[in-house]
Design a protein around this ligand. Structure first.
Ligand code: SF4
Ligand code: SF4
Length: 373
């Protein structure tokens, strides 16, 4: 079965008021997705402490024949894996949680400069190949958040990796902290099919600042902001699937409206994207994708991405009233920016290499000095 061009990422699922996954809505979304001819579903051992994989079972695996969908999940050797045994056990736990019998795509999760040695140390590269030989994995690869130089090194060392998952979006195409273009070109050089994650930059490209917004409104009255971001990635040669972490039915319907019968960007649309890239470069912002990898290990339980959302509201949008509100909300479940003890656990976990401690100091300076917007 060929993977659909749009993949359903089970990372930002809709939730109920009590914070648990709204499984009934997820079932409806799954039905709409499959009825639209799509088939690719993506989860991970660590998403929602396993609830994402459980939701896959309930919404998908238990309700559809196994040959109607393709399922991807991931093993994270650096999170919830203090040793080799617990890292490898993630694979068997994922099989049990999802009830899928086998995985169509299996990934070494979120490889970056501070953790890739764990995958070597625990022998995970060989482990996934053994599972493939046993028929429990159809294709294996890795998701990646580091420089193109490290990607080059890994693809040279592991030429049998069957695909790579990269964070690509038009705003980070030339961003030196992400190296989207260079990573894309490296994967292409090695002839690897590419799965795109974070095409909408964690939702950032849905809420554009005024100037880029004006550029795309002029180009099209109808097309949604997300459509530009997702179609940009899907139009790149060699891209197998673009993952979208759809959080409700309306987002799914929007995504499907242009991905069901996908048409690549034409030359005029590519020019619009180039203009937006230029406009975005002029606006300073924190490149946080809200992946929340930094939050789990913070001894002060600081809601780092929520604080950065408030900072970006201030920096990108100049909406200081909303920025102050967002900061207050960020404190509801965690510590203040000034509680940071600079242990830097978060910085080691951050795929975007954000200087979190320095930015928290700036956030504290802004929001904790009587600032009300
Ligand atoms: S450096 Fe600060 S924000 Fe980061 S994990 Fe440590 S206490 Fe938390
Ligand atoms: S600061 Fe980094 S690790 Fe934390 S949510 Fe943002 S991008 Fe993810």
């Amino acid at each position: 079965m060929t993977p659909s061009k749009l993949g359903f990422g089970f990372m930002r699922l809709p939730t109920l008021e009590n914070g648990s996954i709204d499984i009934e809505q997820v079932k409806k979304m799954t039905d709409i997705f499959i009825a639209s001819g799509m088939n690719y579903f993506d989860t991970a051992f660590v998403y929602d402490d396993g609830d994402s994989e459980r939701a896959i079972k309930e919404a998908l695996v238990d309700r559809y024949p196994r040959d109607r969908f393709l399922l991807a999940t991931k093993l994270c050797a650096w999170e919830q894996a203090p040793d080799e045994e617990s890292a490898k056990q993630q694979f068997f736990t994922s099989l049990k949680r999802t009830g899928a019998g086998y995985f169509d795509y299996y990934l070494l999760h979120a490889i970056q400069v501070d953790n890739y040695h764990k995958y070597d140390e625990y022998g995970i590269w060989d482990f996934v190949k053994e599972q493939k030989e046993k028929g429990l994995i159809r294709h294996w690869g890795f998701s990646f958040h580091a420089s193109h130089k490290l990607l080059e090194e890994l693809l040279t060392k592991h030429p049998d990796a069957e695909f790579v998952q990269l964070q690509l979006n038009y705003a980070d195409w030339e961003n030196p902290a992400v190296e989207a273009r260079e990573c894309y070109e490296t994967a292409r050089k090695h002839n690897k099919p590419i799965i795109v994650m974070e095409p909408v930059k964690g939702g950032t490209l849905v809420k554009l600042p005024p100037k880029p917004q004006e550029i795309i409104r002029k180009a099209s009255e109808k097309a949604s902001n997300a459509s530009w971001a997702i179609r940009f990635c899907a139009s790149l040669e060699g891209v197998m699937t673009v993952l979208s972490g759809m959080s409700d039915i309306s987002q799914m319907e929007d995504n499907l409206s242009y991905m069901r019968d996908f048409v690549p960007l034409n030359e005029d649309e590519k020019e619009t994207i180039r203009k937006m890239q230029e406009a975005l470069k002029e606006i300073p912002s924190i490149p946080c994708t809200a992946c929340r990898y930094c939050v789990a290990g913070c001894p002060k339980h600081i809601a780092i991405p929520d604080i950065f959302e408030a900072m970006n509201m201030h920096m990108e949008w100049n909406n200081d009233e909303l920025a102050a509100e967002l900061y207050e909300e960020a404190l509801e479940n965690g510590g203040k920016a000034s509680d940071c003890i600079k242990c830097r656990h978060c910085e080691r976990a951050c795929p975007q290499q954000i200087k979190i401690t320095r930015l928290l100091e700036e956030s504290a300076g802004l929001f904790e000095s009587g600032y009300t917007g």
